[in-house]
Design a protein around this ligand. Structure first.
Ligand code: CP
Length: 310
């Protein structure tokens, strides 16, 4: 078993294959247990605090669901405007305060490196729920869990990552995990939204096979999985550049007809227009199953960092 007791979860590169095997096994056990009962008692008496300085639907609610399904309690800072952050309180003062109430903190913040800064300030585990354009490691873990479930294995993966690879913290974290399984990667993006050079060079140093292209169809026809991402309007300093690249890649019925083989389609969500709603009934469209898996994986992570592994 990977041992995450007392650890922070900050970056995709902190995990070993052994950790991932353990997380998949524990999450899978929770998934089975929740088919038999609504909730468990493993984390009774423990409190999770959610501090979200940026919008979220899935990550915050799935962590809160995970904690409650495990019998624990949840406190939330609420919106930035309704908290003392609006009065100018620093990040470290806020997390130091919250660590007096909670046993584990989940934080999302617009600044890259902020989760590590929070973790350094407190003795309890801090989980990075997205730090700017940096990392989103728990999303990557639920993506890996979903890939394992959908394809039955993490071997022989060929993945097309499509869209905003420059700003997408989900892909920045997921490539770290995929690199452990010798996945072959296609990076499909407009030129201005390419995967950051420090990430591609780090992957190449690890021996990961990467091809960068702007051709989604060619890449998809060589892959067994498409990982679609949203072009992140909120990260653009120049909105005319956003207008130029938005809608660069759209998966719709017409695109599906051009695919040579059945493929799995994942997306961290939210989507805007990059996957048309008509695709939702395609058997390989797994993005809402992916959402559900987030609860089991986050249950596993909370149980592990709090030292109550079943
Ligand atoms: N995938 C994801 O991080 O979704 P939210 O922004 O809704 O949390």
């Amino acid at each position: 078993m990977g041992n995450l007791k007392g650890k922070d979860i900050l970056h995709g590169n902190q995990f070993s294959k052994k950790d991932i095997d353990a997380i998949i096994k524990i999450a899978s056990n929770f998934e089975k247990e929740l088919k038999k009962k609504d909730s468990l008692t493993l984390l009774r008496g423990k409190i999770l605090a959610t501090l979200f300085y940026e919008p979220s639907t899935r990550t915050r609610l799935s962590f809160e669901t995970a904690m409650q399904r495990l019998g624990g309690g949840v406190i939330s800072m609420g919106s930035v405007e309704s908290s003392s952050v609006a009065k100018g309180e620093t990040l470290t003062d806020t997390v130091r305060t919250v660590s007096q109430y909670a046993d584990v903190i989940v934080i999302r913040h617009p600044r890259t490196g902020s989760a590590r800064e929070a973790a350094d300030a407190v003795p309890i585990p801090v989980i990075n729920a997205g730090d700017g354009t940096g990392q989103h490691p728990t999303q990557a873990l639920l993506d890996i869990y979903t890939i394992h479930k959908e394809l039955g294995s993490l071997k022989n993966l060929v993945v097309s990552m499509v869209g905003d690879l420059k700003n997408g913290r989900t892909v920045h974290a997921l490539v770290e995990l995929l690199s452990l399984f010798q996945a072959r990667l296609y990076f499909v993006s407009p030129g201005s939204l390419r995967m950051p050079e420090e990430i591609t060079s780090g992957l190449k140093e690890k021996g990961v096979e990467i091809e960068e292209t702007e051709d989604i169809l060619e890449a998809s026809n060589a892959s067994n999985l498409i990982y679609m991402t949203r072009i992140q309007k909120e990260r653009f300093a120049d909105l005319t550049e956003y207008e130029r690249v938005k809608g660069s890649y759209i998966i719709n019925e017409e695109f599906l007809k051009k695919l040579k083989n059945k493929i799995i389609i994942l997306h961290p969500l939210p989507r805007v227009d990059e996957i048309s709603p008509e695709v939702d009934t395609y058997p390989g469209a797994a993005y809402f199953r992916q959402v559900r898996n987030g609860v089991f994986v986050r249950m596993a992570l909370l149980a592990m960092v709090l030292g109550r592994i079943p």
